[in-house]
Structure formats: C-alpha cells, structure tokens
Design a protein around this ligand. Structure first.
Ligand code: ZN
Length: 286
C-alpha cells in the first residue's frame, strides 16, 4: 500500500469522507528516534490526523498540528504542506509504558496553525479533554467550524512494517431533513472499521465493506510523503545568532559543533573552518 489520502462522497447524503494511509511516512518520522510505542503511536495518529485535516482545508501553504501538555508527552508536532509532504517529532520524559493518550498528555491543548503562502496566518486552539486524539479533533471541528465530524485513527509502531491510517467523516454545509439520521448511520458504520482492514484493504474494497448499500464516489488519490526541510545551510544560519567569541569557546572544548535535526535525526557537524563564513560577513557586528 502506498501512502495516500483519498476523498469520497456519498451520492445520496450531504456527507464527505477522507481516508489516509501513511505507513512509510510514519516509519520515516519515527526512524532513528527510539520512541517508546506509546509516543511513536501518538506521532502516527497525529500524522494521519494532520493529513485528514489538510484535506478539509483549501489552502496553499503550511499547516502545523501540535499537541502540548503537562504529562509525560510534553509536545508532539506534525508539519505538512498542501502537497502532503510531512514530518514530525515529539518530546517526552519518564516511563510511558501502558499510558493512554489522555494520560500521556495530562492537561493540554491541540493547536492548529495554518500559514498560507498568501494571506494571514490562522491559529485554532482546543483543550484536549477527551480520552483519544480522534475525539479531541472531533471537538475541534465542532467548536471551531461547527461541523459534525467523526474521526478514526490507527497507528501501530510494532507492526512490520509499521502501520498508520485513518478515516474522517464530515457533514457538508447543506442539510436535508434526514441529515442527522444519515450522518448517524454513516458514522455508525465507520465505527465498525477494524485496524487490520484500513491498514491492508484498497480504499474501494474498504468502502464497499462499510457502505455496500450506499452510492459512494471515490476521488483521485493524493500521495503523502515524508520530507524534512533541514539542511546544512539552515543549521549554519541558526548558528549565526552566536558571536565569534561564543563559538570559539565551544570549539575550545569540543572539536566540532554538532546539530541534530529533531525531525529526521540527521546530524550536521561544523568544524572551525566551516564556521569561518559566519565571521567574514560584512555585518559590522561580526
Ligand atoms: Zn531534518
């Protein structure tokens, strides 16, 4: 199965859906990080949630979905763009064995930041008050968009290969008289989906299993891929905030300054000769 997002619509109901699978993008997010399963799976769910959210927004630009809390998982974040290039990371401490999502987070928030290429930045925040990330996101849609939404998220970092997938069902603005019943019916069936089915079935087979009595139209697949924007140049420019004396002090104690990207775990190493460029600028501060 390739990593992809696919929209579907019901011909007879004012309801849309999105299905996402992102097994290799999930693997690349957690590779070289040694996350405990509970943390890795939260990243997987957040990755799928972000992909599903991206589908509900019409934008050209970047989206960041971040959770923060006072529990063992202090922060997890996924960055994505309109082309569904994603990356993610998390910060945690202590033993997370067996902890549920709400136990990992403690008291916390979900923040969604959209930075369009043109136009103003938007930020939405919702308190994480439910037992699962999926339920917290459903809250977000009700509170910020007044849209009834059902979300199912699945991630398994112990599977070989690792698995991450999810489903979103959302009401469309126009309402028929039977809309509430229709929505409840579609959500009840979505609730019967099993992780194994969404991990392995083709989307048309999956939708046929769930909704063989309904007319469902599938739209074009959009690929999801892992991409980290870090580079030697970006790390170097972040070192430019230090002055020559500070850098020389560090280099007296160690041979190089090493910077590890917290997203993709690439380490960039700078020796004195690599840093000379910072001191030869025409900026009078240097
Ligand atoms: Zn990176």
């Amino acid at each position: 199965m390739t990593d992809q997002l696919q929209r579907f619509l019901f011909d007879d109901f004012e309801i849309r859906g999105e299905i996402a699978q992102a097994h290799s993008a999930f693997e690349q997010c957690i590779d070289n990080h040694d996350y405990p399963a509970e943390i890795a799976n939260t990243i997987g769910e957040l990755l799928i949630a972000t992909s599903l959210l991206t589908a509900t927004l019409k934008f050209e630009g970047k989206i960041t979905v971040q959770i923060q809390g006072d529990g063992p998982l202090s922060m997890a974040v996924i960055n994505a763009n309109q082309d569904l290039e994603v990356r993610g990371t998390a910060r945690y401490e202590g033993d997370t064995t067996g902890l549920s999502f709400s136990q990992l987070i403690g008291k916390g928030n979900l923040m969604i930041t959209i930075t369009p290429e043109d136009g103003e930045r938007y930020q939405g925040i919702v308190a994480l008050e439910k037992e699962t990330l999926a339920a917290c996101l459903e809250d977000y849609f009700v509170q910020s968009e007044q849209l009834a939404t059902k979300i199912s998220l699945f991630a398994d970092s112990h599977a070989t290969p690792v698995q991450a997938a999810g489903l979103l069902i959302q009401t469309l603005p126009a309402h028929s008289d039977t809309h509430e019943e229709d929505f409840a019916h579609v959500c009840a069936l979505a609730g019967t989906i099993k992780a194994e089915e969404i991990y392995t079935l083709q989307n048309d087979e999956l939708l046929f299993r769930l909704y063989h009595q309904e007319k469902v139209r599938l739209f074009e697949m959009q690929p999801i891929s892992f991409k980290c924007g870090c580079s030697q140049e970006r790390c170097l420019s972040s070192l430019a905030s230090l002055n020559e004396t500070e850098i020389k002090e560090i280099l007296e104690e160690q041979e190089s300054i090493d910077m590890r990207c917290e997203y993709c775990a690439t380490t960039y190493s700078f020796k004195e000769k690599d840093l000379q460029i910072l001191f030869t600028s025409t900026d009078p501060k240097h």
